[in-house]
Design a protein around this ligand. Structure first.
Ligand code: SAH
Ligand code: SF4
Length: 407
């Protein structure tokens, strides 16, 4: 697995820094995990341990099935693989996922896992990221992280304030889904009346900017969508971006999952402040990238996330401009109640104002799930996930629900 490269810093013209420098690199464990490798990469590994070329394809198929359909955690359980090969594999590689250091289960079924990932420095404590499972009657959504921290500095986002940043590997991205399936007992041999899975949807809305970790996110999501393995359809996977314009079209072409855009403001002046990346890729360019998004069609709407900040972006005039801006784009609007964190200068909009805003966009023809009964569907942000073991508050759970309603 390639080491993730630090993200280059951006020079900004005035205002808060647009980006900070990534401080960490990935240091692979002595025995690397096969999780997250493409089929071709697994083949290469097999070649290095002496598996003849003519056998490699079949062996990869076997391993793939055991890893991603059955979810086994050791080679010993792979009973269709010869004993000798299992012993050989054990010497060199693992099927390890990230280590789970804490699990919280809320009364409404929401589960949060704190995962420990190796850091680049022996003296630093290991990194931690969170992954959250949000069950609903018609789906179970997993909110997945793409980086430890984030190099971007959105002013309302807690993740943006974290000092440490490193890209997750494809294995660490796929590993989050595997951990959820392990903990929920959600692999293929689980006994359910209809064989229904619990984890049905994925949102890349945890920590990090997925389009700044393009290759690992692409490789990881293609594994998650592979129908000979985990098999979660691309229509049930949503990638959320703060607007990395050049990589939006690439994401459509190379990944093909559903897209969510963290818009949050309809005028460049305000968006520059809330999402400083807007100084590099302003709203007009972002909208054009959405129009060009290859997967955008009637059947595949783009979700526009809009965090409700009291007195900042929540006026009816903002709602009107939002509707105008989205004209011609097959869009859905997710209003996210702001989830405050210690030290933030923002407040969440009043409920009445959220309702008024929501009613306006609804009447203009945009579904906006914050309208559905209070307490059930108020979508919330996973972007606020932080590496602390504190319990998810009712507010956070509401916010997570809101964010999970992507289709
Ligand atoms: N970096 C990506 C994905 C992770 S953030 C992005 O920005 O899209 C996922 C979502 O959570 C984004 O829409 C983000 O703007 C939102 N978010 C971040 N902090 C939040 C907070 N404190 N309250 C509500 N939403 C928040
Ligand atoms: Fe990064 Fe997204 Fe938070 Fe912005 S909102 S700082 S892009 S995680």
């Amino acid at each position: 697995m390639a080491a993730s490269k630090p993200v280059a810093p951006e020079t900004a013209t005035g205002g808060a820094p647009l980006e900070k420098v990534a401080l960490e690199t990935y240091v692979p464990p002595a025995k690397p995990s096969l999780i997250g490798l493409t089929r071709a990469e697994i083949s290469e590994r097999l070649a290095t341990i002496g598996i003849p070329r003519e056998q490699q394809r079949m062996r990869v198929q076997q391993l793939w099935h055991w890893m991603y359909v059955r979810g086994v955690q050791t080679f010993a359980e792979m009973t269709s693989v010869s004993k000798d090969l299992r012993a050989e594999l054990e010497k060199h590689v693992t099927v390890d996922r990230p280590e789970v250091v804490a699990e919280q289960i809320s009364s409404d079924g929401t589960r949060k896992w704190l995962l420990r990932l190796p850091s680049g420095h022996d003296l630093e404590k290991p990194h931690e990221v969170e992954c959250v499972y949000i069950p609903e009657t018609d789906r179970g959504t997993l909110c997945v992280s793409s980086q430890v921290g984030c190099t971007l500095n959105c002013s309302f986002c807690h993740t943006g304030t974290q000092r440490l940043v490193r890209n997750l590997t494809a294995g660490e991205i796929v590993g989050q889904i595997m951990v959820a399936r392990d903990r929920l007992n959600d692999w293929a041999d689980r006994e359910t009346p209809h064989g229904n899975r619990l984890v049905t949807n994925i949102v890349m809305m945890g920590m990090g900017e997925p389009l700044y970790n393009f290759d690992a996110v692409r490789d990881g999501l293609l594994i998650v969508a592979d129908n000979e393995g985990i098999g979660i359809s691309k229509r049930r996977i949503t990638l959320s971006t703060s607007g990395v314009v050049p990589n939006i079209v690439r994401a459509g072409e190379e990944i093909g999952v559903m897209l969510a855009i963290s818009l949050h403001a309809v005028r460049d002046e305000l968006r520059n402040e809330l999402v400083p990346l807007n100084r590099k890729y302003p709203i007009a360019e972002l909208m054009q990238a959405c129009r060009d998004y290859p997967a955008a069609s009637n059947a595949k709407r783009i979700t526009f996330e809009y965090v409700m900040l009291k007195g900042v972006n929540d006026s009816l005039d903002d709602a009107k401009r939002l509707v105008k801006l989205l004209k011609g784009i097959h869009a859905k609007i997710n209003l996210i109640p702001f989830n405050p964190w210690p030290g933030t200068r923002y407040e969440c909009s009043d409920w009445d104002q959220i309702e008024k805003f929501s009613e306006y966009v609804f009447n203009a023809g945009y579904s906006s799930p914050v309208r559905t009964p209070r307490g059930r569907d108020i979508l919330a942000a996973c972007g606020q996930l932080k590496s602390e073991t504190e319990k998810l508050s009712a507010r956070e759970r509401q916010a997570l629900r809101a964010m999970a309603m992507t289709d």
